[in-house]
Design a binder for this molecule. Structure first.
Ligand code: AMP
Length: 214
């Protein structure tokens, strides 16, 4: 299975991806996760990307496209993959089309997770994550037992630099301006399926299962 998850920041792409991965052994390619791993490791790529990320802006297309092209050729993508957070601009989508053609790969679906902006703001300003193991918490719905300490590994639980309200609003406007046109782009290719992001953690998985059965 080869799919793309499109949605505003905070729509729950990562959460849906977890449910899909539990059922299908496909590679989860999250450009945000790859960039954050590079920031953490202090690589050149990470150093360059950090300023864009902290400001809620997109990292330049050519950097992201090269990163995804090499990632898609890794062995774990052979059986299928799920792209999460890529493509995010029309040039990225066009580059992906070329890449897939070169690799002889056909996409199964592009799933658009539809969510309201205010839901995103509420969800992301309360999101926290463990610096050590990556476990995600929420100050309202899933607080840590001890403030700032991960229940799972004892690591430090913090707010992502780009989860501050002004940055979230910037990321949402970037989404509407630069990423939303992809909805039409994939509609024209007859690949688009829209899922209501409030439909539960496995809403996308259920849609994929239905399509497989039907
Ligand atoms: P995410 O975790 O997917 O919300 O990504 C966090 C940040 O990484 C974004 O706000 C961007 O700065 C950067 N980023 C992730 N994916 C992309 C992409 N496909 N194109 C440009 N920037 C990206």
């Amino acid at each position: 299975m080869r799919i793309i998850l499109v949605g505003a920041p905070g729509a729950g792409k990562g959460t849906q991806a977890e449910a899909i991965k539990a059922k299908y052994p496909i590679a989860h390619v999250s450009t945000g996760d790859i960039l954050r791993a590079n920031v953490k490791a202090g690589t050149e790529l990470g150093k360059n990307a950090k300023n864009y990320m902290d400001a809620g802006k997109l990292v330049p297309d050519e950097v992201i496209i090269a990163m995804v092209e090499s990632r898609l050729q890794e062995p774990d993508c052979k059986e299928g993959f799920m792209l999460d957070g890529f493509p995010r601009t029309t040039p990225q989508a066009e580059a992906l089309d070329k890449m897939l053609e070169k690799l002889g790969i056909v996409l199964d679906a592009v799933v658009y997770l539809d969510v309201d902006d205010e839901v995103v703001v509420k969800r992301l300003t309360t999101r926290r994550g463990c610096k050590a193991c990556g476990e995600i918490y929420n100050t309202v719905f899933k607080p840590t037992k001890k403030e700032g300490v991960c229940d799972k590994c004892g690591g430090e639980v913090v707010q992502r630099d780009d989860d501050k309200e002004e940055v979230i609003r910037k990321r949402l406007s970037v989404f509407h301006e630069q990423t939303a046109p992809l909805i039409d782009y994939y509609k024209k290719q007859a690949l688009l399926a829209t899922v209501d992001a409030s439909g539960g953690k496995d809403a996308v998985l259920r849609l994929l299962e239905q399509r497989k059965a039907g």
